[in-house]
Design a protein around this ligand. Sequence first.
Ligand code: GLP
Length: 249
Amino acid sequence: ENIDTVVFENSTEASKAVAKQIAALIKSKQENNESCVLGLATGSSPKGLYAELVRLHKEEGLSFKNVITFNLDEYYPMEPDSVNSYVRFMKELLMDQVDILPENYHIPDGLLTKEEIADYCADYEAKIEALGGIDLQVLGIGANGHIGFNESGSLQNSKTRLVALDHITRVAASKDFFGLNNTPRTAITLGVKKIMEAKQVILLAWGEGKADVVRKSVEGEVTNRIPASFLQEHSNVVFVLDKEASSKL
Ligand code: GLP
């Protein structure tokens, strides 16, 4: 079954609309004295969303005191204060600018030893489960159809784990790392299973560079070659697109 899409004139308008929806969820949870569990993504696609959430905090008093977040992924190995770490990305763009409690945001640890990774990943999933799962998962999409760092070939029931990055993913990242040689070869990612268990999923895609993979994910066959296509089997998912990213639907 095709995935529902919502198309906006541009990514700024789209990001504002998604921020409004997330703010409404946070507030409705607050009214019930409940925590709001968000799954968050990195990459360029959610930057406008985070900027708008920060604006809602600073200008309209939106509080993140009841918000608990789990990021999808982190490069491995990665120092948390390195310029390219997702820890740094999230702190700069969101966490350090809102009133979320430091113990309430989670980003996979890029400093673990190889031996520690399996237990760490199991614990990451256990923390999510203990909170009753992810209320709303924000996703971007790689040009190869990856979600988080679940590359082509990832299974629908895959767990949180250490993965090898595809060449195409590393090429896309290499501009940030000053060349392919300095670009990490591995990462820790939330598995497809936990993404699929999120109560609601919002995938953001902008620009004509994403148009092909958006079409394949929304209308193509469900296949582990395009992990985003697994979302066709999710009961509450929407792809939020700009005109360019929707142009091949
Ligand atoms: C990285 C991230 C993904 C993200 C993808 C697309 O690979 N790990 O979570 O969706 O990039 O990035 P962008 O939004 O910059 O196109």
